[in-house]
Design a protein around this ligand. Sequence first.
Ligand code: GLN
Length: 185
Amino acid sequence: MRIGILAVQGAFAEHEDVLKKLGAETILLRQKDDIKNIDALVLPGGESTVQGKLIRELDMYNPLKELINSGIPVLATCAGLILLSERIANDPNTYLGTLPVTVKRNAYGRQLGSFNAIGKVGELPEFKMSFIRAPIIEDVSDDVKILAKVDEQIVGVKYKNQIGLSFHPEIGIDTRIHELFLKQL
Ligand code: GLN
């Protein structure tokens, strides 16, 4: 079982560290040819506009979208969530567009650029959620399951094979979300 981690920009190394600690085999996806024989996909945080541009320029857009539509488990965090979203309230672009939600980028403004919150994520109690210039999920289609909310705002969802989180589960010592992700394999 190999987990592909999109590694064109952003916080891919942190996901790699966590997954390796949990005993998973990982491959960093830097170019089109890397996207072969992977059983799961991680889309890390970073800057969605840069990542979105790079996956097109590097010709990774179609293979990534096909893989996601084929049903392999996908874990997308922060900018990764933005890449997956069908609609972006404050960005004229959309990227992979496989997750039927509307996100708002940089939704917490400058002052609240970074903060932590503790709450339930799906069945996991007391998960420390780290937000860094995070998006919120403004709207979801009926068949999207809400995994987490902070101050009434949706910050985690699951839709079929795709998990999208506004926060960064790869930072810190709590590996429960990555463990659950690996259990889907
Ligand atoms: N603000 C970034 C964006 O809009 C996301 C931030 C992050 O991934 N930590 O793409």
